[in-house]
Design a protein around this ligand. Sequence first.
Ligand code: MN
Length: 144
Amino acid sequence: MGLICSAVYNASIIRNMNMDKLQMSKVILIVEDDVMQMKLVSDLLIRAGYLTVQSIDGTDIIALVEMHRPDLIIMDLQLPKASGLDYTRLLKANDQSKDIPIIAMTGFPLYGGPSSITDAGCVECIAKPITPPTLYEAVNRYVI
Ligand code: MN
């Protein structure tokens, strides 16, 4: 169970947005098992006007993708039940999710070897600790 409903989590933001703007908002799915890191990344994205969907372990990503149709996925690589690269390969093998860009996020950028992250299907990797410029620059390359 990894879902924290974005509609609830973002309620205060949504109240201050008109429907046109809300419908235009891009949805970003974050997979991250560290609660503080999840909050940091999600808060930064919400502040920039994105809607976020959150998975704490990745086990529910296919269901979340089918339900929320995210425009972008930010994927932690060190997760408790499988690696973020395993989930990336799963998403890339699924017709409904194969075209969604996935940004890897890790404290160990050489995890699995230098090319393993892009080989698995991630578009790029951002290193922890995440800073606002690093996150926004990477996200803006794939969604506006
Ligand atoms: Mn982790």
